[in-house]
Design a protein around this ligand. Sequence first.
Ligand SMILES: [Cu+2]
Length: 254
Amino acid sequence: MFRYVLAGVKDGFMINYGSGGIGSEIIANRLGVGPTSDCASCAYEEFFLTSLALNDPALTVDIPANVGLEALLPGQVPPPGTQGPKANYVIGAEDAANVHHSYLNDFVKFRNTHIGKEQHVFHLHNHQWLFNPNDDNSNYLDAQGIGPGAGYTYEMNQGGSGNRNKSTGDAIFHCHFYPHFAQGMWYHFRINDTFSAGTRLAASGTGYHTARWGSGQHHAGGRRTRLSRWRDRRGHADPGRGAAAGQGPGAHAG
Ligand SMILES: [Cu+2]
């Protein structure tokens, strides 16, 4: 499908190791596959540039939503049995996505380096920095043009994480060239106001592993991923839940 008029919304640009192009997210919703397969109200930006409906940006899962639909042409409908949610677990769930975590009021510096070949405009929502952090009279910024090989450090002003308004949740940052933004060049700066203990591994308080730890597995009582919580709400089996370490679908044989 992306060979046609939708090439402008493919996964074409990355931040860090991930890309969250809007095209595949919207098409998946319209075709009735993936996490928003049954979301009739998922229309525009309120779902494809947040983590609320689709989970965090740039997640890699075991079964992509387009499996069985790779050759679908514009105007065709999905064949029977190819719709609905498909993924069982996130690969690398312990550090899953294009999300940086912080707590409210944390002192935060962004290190922005450009290893690509085009010009971009780094833009962060909800927060600002000074052009020169050592000069209170310097320009107040929330966007910075950046070219190949360049690098900048943005020292969050006005109280750091959460900024003057003490806002929690996700502050999106993205390339402000909209074709780049739409082709996946965005990321979240996540501001927590409650303690997040992280993922407990089998080794946490229970001795050493007795089997290899596989993707998508969760220690009993441990914090679980958004994807597995989402699947629970919809009654899908979670391969990690209750499975002994090393026995879930994500485990490596031998
Ligand atoms: Cu750009």
